[in-house]
Design a protein around this ligand. Sequence first.
Ligand code: CP
Ligand code: NVA
Length: 307
Amino acid sequence: MRGRDFISIEDLSADELQVVLATAARLKSEGYPNALAGQTLALLFEKPSLRTRVSFDVGMQRLGGHTVYLPQSEVGLGQREPVADVARVLSRYVHGIVARTYAHQTLVDLAEHASVPVINALSDESHPCQALADLQTINERKGGVRGVRIAFIGDGNNVAVSLAQASALAGAHMTIASPAGYRIPEEVMIGAEEFARASGGSFRVIASPEEAVDGVDVVYTDVWTSMGQEDSYERRLQAFAEYQVTPELMALAHPDAIFMHDLPAHRGEEIVDAVIEGPQSAVFDQAENRLHAQAAILLLLLGEATE
Ligand code: CP
Ligand code: NVA
């Protein structure tokens, strides 16, 4: 995987996904090698971040490398200068570019013009690094991902898209419950169905949260209003009113089911305290695993080919 970009879960084969997860588990249990000494990673962020920024920063340092944080207020990606110029300039200074953007096309343009690997740290369309940490967490809690039943409740957003692709690639049985008008894009659905057919998993999108969580091993939700969608906040509150993950909804899942959320969480909207603070919640393991899953990606894209 050395030298490649990581823009989407679809950039990985099923085998490569397992290599990433195995590498992440190894880093977590055995510690971090000094494999990226002398390398520098640019962290280019158009949107706020806690987990993604800190975990890439700390992960790169633990692998022996350095980071440069570049907020949009400084860089003016596509405003102060063209995306293609930023990509070519940064490629002369750093060994990799981690970018969080509004438009997914900005990431695609960065990757096209950069001569170093570009990693998607969340765009309006997808959040593949989150999905890697999610699968690592499911692996740890459920002893694997293949055959695990996952329900995602709520908005068919960037987090749902990458989780759908990763789950389907890894052979899970995934159901997304979203209201009409908020489903994941049609082409993502078709792609996830294809992945699931090949992996022995399954994938479907329905309307009913109750039907989606029936007997599942994992209940996952994310915010109803993502970064950049604040203008539609009120409309979304109404559209998702029946999609809150409550103790009553959790009671329909398998008794050993875990609750997952990528964070930040909006308590009182998509989730309530009784669930996110309860014994089934795995949200801080998920947050920790961002560190290990992304370090695995850094090692595989930037490290020596033997890693
Ligand atoms: N889950 C996640 O990506 O969090 P941040 O927005 O804080 O990076
Ligand atoms: N769907 C959320 C994820 C935040 C990590 C957003 O895009 O704001």
